[in-house]
Design a protein around this ligand. Structure first.
Ligand code: C2O
Length: 549
């Protein structure tokens, strides 16, 4: 199978180990790859085989996920812990991820896919076209811009505490641009990302939202962007002065250094769709400095307000796919399987928990899809699938919620409907079947936007809107011609989105909210895709070094 790849073999080694960093006036030991934060950027050409040896010298269980990579017939390398593999053991465990990078180009990324470790274990994954040319004017230079979040506390401890108490974990202490918070944070005047530009030149920014729990606005003072790709799919060039990214999403954007030669801040802060929730309302900055100009008194961009849903929605709904681009795929005309699934928060019983909401003692926060709160198994689903190990998961993930209600009515927020069922259930799909999923956010325990990420596939976003999904009115809005193609969709706050994909890859594929708090709470499910019956549609056996549980 791998010998069939037409490209080169590109090899990386990831040493995952403790790294001592000084940030925000604190010294702290974090888990990081190859001694840097963010970790190394992987550069490949479409058609290459990527081989990454991960050596886990950290004290934690670890896996790495290649976010947005199709993993055609290489599901064993996808990486979500207990979904496609058991974790690489701490203190010296090794696993080699090996996969072809085919049928896609653009900006993706990689991150740890176990507990909150991706707070510090992440980096870019850039796939360039074999032809060397883009469906837009060749930029003078390419610049990765990786947006993140940083905690003064140990993130694994933060998560464990939250899971034990049933409460919401603490917010991060800073947002970061390429690992740096910038001068608006304590002790960070020099811990700021700097980009020197040549006047008149055009740059391609490869922007990634690697933050754990927040959608982000991103701007450069005085400059406009032309967005040319999202989630490693080309889009019709879209001009904007602000970029909005949900966790997991990427955007490739051109900008030209065409302003008065000086210094300009780039800045990012969250777009918070929910009301009345605590969040870190600070702003990370970086500097764009014109070559030869003075760096004094840079211009600050005015970012949209934290709750500016109209601006976020305008960005999200304005993107369309570029139909003449390489790897573009048309919408599959026929749906074989339709699902309507709620996505939202809820509670599960927990006798020892004390959530201080009247009448709700003995409960802990949870999240669910169709009232199922996904529970990670103790054997990886893909192993159970491949070896027919019984008792690991069930195949009864429902096609709709168990009861209909007014999904977006905040007054039912704390109703008994919010009590969810724990299960490890998947949805079986026939190889090559086309699936349409309608995501409906619920207002149970708070209205907010959930960025839903599908592993292993891109999907078309046919439509999205606010309120309760209504099949009759929504289908008039479906874009069958040039819908955006993504791996992560921010389902609008108090709203819905319709996606469609073709299950042309055998294996187990995770679908979950990319807010890292909501994943351990259960806002997830998985698809189990059959083999197709030919050698090139059959999942090969696992690699010999696949970690055991
Ligand atoms: Cu980027 Cu399952 O995650």
């Amino acid at each position: 199978f791998f010998s069939a790849a037409s490209g080169a073999i590109v090899e990386y080694t990831f040493q995952v180990q403790n790294l001592t960093v000084n940030k925000l006036c604190n010294t702290r030991v974090i888990t990081a790859v190859n001694g840097t934060l963010p970790g190394p950027i992987i550069n490949v050409t479409e058609g290459d085989t990527l081989v990454v040896h991960v050596i886990n010298n950290s004290p934690y269980n670890l896996t790495i996920h290649w976010h947005g990579i199709f993993q055609l017939l290489s599901g064993w390398a996808d990486g979500p812990s207990y979904i496609t593999q058991c974790p690489i053991p701490p203190n010296g465990g090794i696993y080699t991820y090996r996969f072809n990078v085919t049928k896609q180009q653009g900006t993706l990324w990689w991150h740890a896919h176990v507990s909150l470790l991706r707070a510090t274990v992440y980096g870019g994954l850039i796939i360039r076209p074999k032809s060397g040319s883009y469906p837009f004017l060749k930029p003078y230079a390419e610049v990765p811009i990786i947006l993140g979040e940083y905690w003064n506390a140990d993130v694994v401890a933060v998560e464990n505490e939250a899971l034990a108490s049933g409460f919401v974990p603490n917010n991060s202490d800073a947002y970061t641009i390429n690992g740096r918070p910038g001068n608006l944070y304590p002790c960070s005047v020099n811990d700021m990302y700097n980009l020197t530009v040549t006047p008149g030149k055009t740059y391609l920014l490869r922007i990634i939202n690697a933050a754990l729990n927040n959608q982000l606005f991103f701007k450069i003072a005085g400059h406009n962007f032309t967005v040319v790709a999202a989630d490693a799919s080309y889009v019709t060039p879209y001009k904007t002065d602000v970029i909005v990214l949900a966790p997991g999403q990427t955007a490739d954007a051109l900008f030209t250094a065409n302003q008065y030669p000086g210094a300009y801040y780039m800045a990012t802060h969250p777009y918070i769709s929910a009301q009345n929730v605590g969040f870190d309302n600070t702003t990370a900055t970086g500097l764009v400095l014109y070559q030869g100009a003075s760096s004094s008194s840079p211009v600050m961009p005015s970012l949209p307000a934290f709750n500016d849903t109209p601006t976020a929605n305008k960005f999200y709904t304005s993107l369309t796919s570029l139909v003449v681009a390489p790897n573009w795929v048309p919408v599959a005309p026929k749906v074989d399987q339709e699902m309507f699934t709620t996505a939202g928060l809820g509670f599960t019983p927990c006798p020892t928990c004390q959530i201080p909401i009247q009448g709700l003692q003995g409960l802990r926060f949870s999240a669910s899809m169709n009232n199922r709160s996904f529970q990670l198994p103790t054997t990886a689903l893909l192993q159970a699938h491949y070896y027919n190990i019984p008792g690991v998961y069930t195949t009864d993930f429902p096609n709709q919620p168990p009861f209909a209600f007014n999904y977006t009515d905040p007054s039912i927020s704390l109703s008994p409907l919010a009590i969810t069922l724990k299960s490890t259930s998947v949805k079986k799909l026939k190889f090559n079947s086309t699936v349409q999923v309608i995501f409906q956010n619920t207002a149970l325990v708070g209205v907010e936007s959930h960025p839903m990420h599908l592993h292993g596939f891109n999907f078309h976003v046919l439509a999205q809107g606010f309120g309760n999904y209504n099949a009759t009115t929504a289908c008039n809005k479906f874009n069958y011609y040039n819908p955006q193609i993504r791996n992560t969709i921010a389902v609008p706050v108090g709203g819905w989105a319709v996606i469609r994909f073709t299950a042309n890859n055998p294996g187990i594929w995770f679908l979950h909210c990319h807010l890292d708090v909501h994943l351990p709470w259960g806002l997830a499910m998985a698809f189990e895709v059959d083999n197709g019956g030919t050698p090139d549609s059959t999942l090969p056996p696992p690699p010999a070094d696949l970690p055991k549980c």
